[in-house]
Design a protein around this ligand. Structure first.
Ligand code: MG
Length: 274
C-alpha cells in the first residue's frame, strides 16, 4: 500500500453484503478498505476465511475491522448517548462479548486493527460511567493485544482533549484513534484540524468524511459529500501530512442516494490532495 492511498469503508458503498461490496471496490480499482460492522452470522472462522480469500482475490488490503451493535441510533444526541457503544450498563456485557468475537474474526482475516464508537465519554471524570468505560476499553485492548491487534476509538463524540485524557487514563500501548473529522463537526464537539494535532500520537487511520455543524439543539449536523461540508478537506489532508501520517485515506459516506458517485468524486478530490 502506498502512503495515504485512498481506500473505502466497505459499507459506504451502500452494499451490505461484504463479499458483494468487495467485488464493487475491485471494479472501482480500490486497493484497501475498512471492513464494516458485521452481525453474528458472519462471525465464524469459516466466514472469516471466506472474507480473507475474497479480499486476497480482489487485491484489496483490509486496514481496520469496525464494530457496531444492534439497536444503535444516531437520530439525536440523546439517542446516541442512550444506544451507542458501551455506555449502557445493561447492554455492555453482550456488546463486549460481541466485540471479542469480532476481534477473533479480524485476527483470522488479517486485519491489524479493530475500531468502534465506544459511546460518549462522560465529560465529568467522576461520573461512574467514566471508569466503567476505561475498564471496558482496557479489556478490549487486552483482547486485541492477545491477537497482536490494535484497538481504535472513533473520534467525534467528545472533544479531542477529553479523548486524549481518556486515552492516557486507559494507558494501553495498543490503543489508537480512527480520526473522523466530520464527526467532530456533526456532534458539535471540536474543530477537526486542530484536533488532529492534539490526537496525532494515536492516529492510526482516518475517515475522509465531510459535514456541517448542528443547527438545532440536541441534534447532529448533516453529512455531505466530501469537499462540500465544513471540515475543509484540503486543510485536513495538509494537517495529516504535517503530523507525518502515512496511513490510508478511507472514504466514509453514510448518507445520500449516490454512494458510488460520491465515493468516485471523493476519491478524485483526495487524489489531488495527497
Ligand atoms: Mg467515521
Amino acid at each position: 500500500m502506498e502512503p495515504m492511498e485512498v481506500g473505502v469503508f466497505l459499507c459506504s458503498t451502500g452494499i451490505y453484503d461484504p463479499l458483494k461490496a468487495i467485488e464493487k471496490l475491485k471494479e472501482l480499482g480500490i486497493r484497501n478498505c475498512q471492513l464494516p460492522p458485521l452481525g453474528e452470522e458472519w462471525l465464524s472462522p469459516e466466514k472469516a476465511e471466506t472474507v480473507k480469500k475474497a479480499l486476497a482475490e480482489a487485491g484489496i488490503v483490509p486496514t481496520t475491522q469496525f464494530v457496531g451493535f444492534e439497536n444503535e441510533s444516531y437520530a439525536s444526541m440523546a439517542a446516541v448517548e442512550e444506544t451507542v457503544g458501551f455506555l449502557s450498563e445493561a447492554r455492555r456485557p453482550a456488546r463486549i462479548e460481541h466485540t471479542k468475537k469480532i476481534i477473533d474474526f479480524a485476527a483470522i482475516v488479517g486485519v491489524p486493527a479493530v475500531a468502534a464508537h465506544i459511546g460518549f465519554v462522560p465529560e465529568d471524570v467522576s461520573d461512574p460511567r467514566y471508569m466503567q468505560l476505561v475498564e471496558t476499553v482496557r479489556e478490549l485492548c487486552d483482547a486485541c493485544a492477545a491477537k497482536g491487534l490494535m484497538f481504535s476509538m472513533e473520534t467525534g463524540q467528545e472533544t479531542a482533549e477529553d479523548m486524549r485524557e481518556f486515552i492516557k487514563t486507559v494507558n494501553r500501548p495498543n490503543l489508537r484513534v480512527n480520526f473522523d473529522p466530520a464527526n467532530m463537526i456533526l456532534y458539535g464537539k471540536d474543530k477537526p484540524i486542530e484536533a488532529v494535532g492534539i490526537l496525532a500520537p494515536w492516529i492510526v487511520s482516518v475517515h475522509c468524511k465531510d459535514g456541517t455543524w448542528p443547527t438545532a439543539e440536541g441534534m447532529l449536523g448533516s453529512e455531505t459529500p466530501l469537499g462540500e461540508g465544513q471540515v475543509d478537506i484540503p486543510a485536513f489532508i495538509a494537517k495529516l501530512k504535517e503530523i507525518g501520517y502515512t496511513g490510508p485515506l478511507t472514504i466514509e459516506r453514510e448518507a445520500g442516494d449516490d454512494r458510488i458517485g460520491d465515493i468516485t468524486r471523493g476519491r478524485a478530490l483526495l487524489e489531488s490532495l495527497r
